[in-house]
Ligand binder design. Structure first.
Ligand code: PGA
Length: 255
């Protein structure tokens, strides 16, 4: 059975005080929730400098913590970078996002760079939430399947089946991120099924069935349930709505 996951990507938001408050609020609201959310894995991705403090205030049995990115080099003279080893050395921190479209678009992260990051994350025992997704013009030109296939073929589809046990895929159509424009449940399900089929072709049916594929892009309390009820959608990577404890809890409860 694959995991159901709701992850919060805080991006470059919050101060230290706000990050601690938000994490504490999510932690206590989740504990008080009347719904049984035990089968949902919740992961928070705060900004780098607050990861340790966030990991300190949450109940690690209920909430995981990870980084939004890691460097593509193991260590050394790379001023301003943060390595997989550093992230993995923080107690309670077991995950990292890699390949978010904002990293690809604003920081020139190519598939080659992303493949290096994935290797380093796995070597350091971090699980990876690997993002893929097409831009608006690619969707309009009906090239979305092609784009996603190459994003995955150049990276995670090169991994071994054992390494794939540590990968979660997030499908995030770029045109839906932070725009309020969500993919329809049909559009999302169609791409998720396509990705699962790629996994099946490259590995086998059992592996394809075991990998969680999350949807991301303007996911909010009002659309989470419809998205999560699709057969190939195993949760969400939530940006904006993860910065409000109440909305984030409602999304978790939508499962
Ligand atoms: P959004 O961001 O929920 O604010 O659209 C999602 C993401 O970028 O992961």
């Amino acid at each position: 059975m694959r995991k159901k996951i709701v992850a919060g990507n805080w991006k470059m938001n919050t101060t230290l005080e706000q990050a601690i408050m938000l994490a504490s609020e999510i932690d206590s609201k989740l504990a008080e929730s009347k719904k049984n959310n035990d089968d949902v894995t919740v992961i928070l991705f705060p900004p780098f400098p607050f990861i340790h403090d966030v990991a300190d205030v949450i109940n690690p049995d209920k909430i995981g913590v990870g980084s939004q990115n890691i460097a593509n080099h193991p260590e050394g003279a790379f001023t301003g970078e943060v390595s997989a080893k550093m992230i993995a050395s923080i107690q309670g921190v077991d995950d990292t996002i890699i390949g978010h479209s904002e990293r690809r678009a604003y920081y020139g992260e190519t598939s080659e760079i992303l493949a290096q990051k994935i290797e380093l994350a796995l070597e350091n025992n971090l699980d990876v939430v690997f993002c893929c997704g097409e831009k608006l013009e690619e969707r309009e030109a009906n090239k979305h399947f092609e784009v996603i296939k190459s994003q995955l073929s150049e990276t995670i589809l090169k991994l071994s089946a054992a390494q794939m046990q540590h990968i979660v895929i997030a499908y995030e159509p770029v045109w839906a991120i932070g725009t309020g424009k969500t993919a329809s449940t049909e559009q999302a399900q169609e791409v998720h099924a396509f990705i699962r089929n790629l996994l099946k072709e490259n590995f086998d049916a059992a592996l394809a069935d075991s990998v969680s594929i999350l949807y991301g892009g303007s996911c909010k309390p009002s659309n989470a349930q419809a998205l999560f009820s699709q057969p190939d959608i195993d949760g969400g990577l939530i940006g904006g709505a993860s910065l409000k404890a109440d909305d984030f809890i409602k999304i978790i409860e939508a499962y």
